[in-house]
Design a protein around this ligand. Structure first.
Ligand code: HEC
Length: 232
C-alpha cells in the first residue's frame, strides 16, 4: 500500500486523537523508555539494601552496580608514608598472657622517640590518663586521690610493682586491650598512632621526665670534651 499525500492529514488526526483521552496521568506510549528512565546511580547509596525504593527485580539488577561497596575483609588502607602504612596493619598479638609477653619481647614503636612525638603524647596523656596515673605517672591522679579506685603502679618506681622498665610493646598492648579490670582498653578512643604517641610519653615519664637516651648536662660536657680531644 502506498501512502498518498491525501491520507496524511487523516493519519495525523488519528495520531493526535490517540494521544488524548484515557488516563490523564498516563505518559502515553513510550517508544524509547531507556531515554526517559536512565539508571541514575548515586554515589554512596547501597541500592541493593534499600528495597523501599525498588522492586525486587531492580534490587537484584542494582546489586551489580559500583556503589557503597564495603572493602574486602582484611583490606589494609594504602599510605605512601611507610611509617603510617605500618600503623594500618592488623595488630597480630592476641589478648592473652602469651600475647602480652610476646608483644613485650618483639613489638617496637613505629614512631621515633623525638621531642615532637613526646609533646603530642603529652597532650593525649593529659586528656585520657592523667586523672588516674597522675602528672608524673606516679599513680596519684585525682580519681585515685579521691579514694575508692585502685592505685595504678608508678611508672617511675622500679618493678615490681613499679613499671619503670615496662617495655614499649607491653605498654602498647595494655593500651590496646586494657590490663585487668582497673585499666580499660583505649583502642576505641585512641587510634594506633595516638596509642604509640602516648606510649612515647609514658616512656618519657618512666625516665623521670627526660628524653630517654639524653645524658645529664655534665656527662654531655664530658662526652663533648672527649670528642674534641679525639678529633684533635
Ligand atoms: C580509670 C583509671 C585509668 C585510666 C584512665 C588509665 N589508666 Fe592506665 N592503669 C590504671 C590502673 C589501675 C592500672 C593497673 C592495672 C593492673 O595492673 O591491674 C593501669 C595500668 C597501666 C599501665 C601498665 C600496664 C601493664 O602492662 O602493666 C600502663 C602502661 C598504663 N596504665 C598506661 C595508661 C595510659 C597511657 C593511659 C591513658 C591513655 C591510661 N593508662 C589510662 C588506671 C588507669
Amino acid at each position: 500500500m502506498t501512502l498518498h499525500t491525501r491520507s496524511l492529514p487523516a493519519l495525523s488526526a488519528l495520531v493526535i486523537l490517540a494521544a488524548c483521552g484515557g488516563d490523564p496521568n498516563s505518559p502515553g506510549i513510550e517508544y524509547m523508555p531507556d531515554m526517559y528512565r536512565s539508571p541514575a546511580v548515586e554515589a554512596y547509596v547501597d541500592y541493593g539494601q534499600d528495597p523501599y525504593y525498588f522492586e525486587d527485580s531492580a534490587v537484584v539488577a542494582q546489586r551489580n552496580t559500583q556503589s557503597a561497596r564495603l572493602p574486602v575483609a582484611g583490606t589494609v588502607p594504602f599510605s605512601q608514608d611507610p611509617a603510617k602504612a605500618a600503623l594500618n596493619f592488623p595488630y597480630p598479638y592476641p589478648n592473652t598472657p602469651e600475647g602480652y609477653e610476646q608483644a613485650g619481647a618483639e613489638l617496637r614503636a613505629p614512631l621515633p622517640m623525638t621531642e615532637a612525638n613526646v609533646e603530642q603524647g603529652k597532650v593525649i596523656y593529659e586528656k585520657f590518663c592523667v586523672h588516674c596515673h597522675g602528672p608524673k605517672g606516679e599513680g596519684d591522679g585525682s580519681v585515685v586521690k579521691n579514694g575508692g579506685y585502685p592505685v595504678p603502679p608508678s611508672y617511675t618506681k622500679a618493678d615490681p610493682p613499679g613499671l619503670k622498665s615496662l617495655p614499649e610493646g607491653k605498654i602498647f598492648h595494655s593500651l590496646t586491650y586494657g590490663k585487668n579490670v582497673a585499666m580499660g582498653s583505649h583502642a576505641s578512643q585512641l587510634t594506633k598512632e595516638e596509642r604509640w604517641l602516648v606510649t612515647r610519653y609514658v616512656q618519657f615519664l618512666q625516665n623521670g621526665g627526660n628524653m630517654p637516651g639524653a645524658l645529664p648536662a655534665e656527662t654531655a660536657d664530658t662526652v663533648a670534651t672527649d670528642q674534641d680531644t679525639a678529633a684533635n
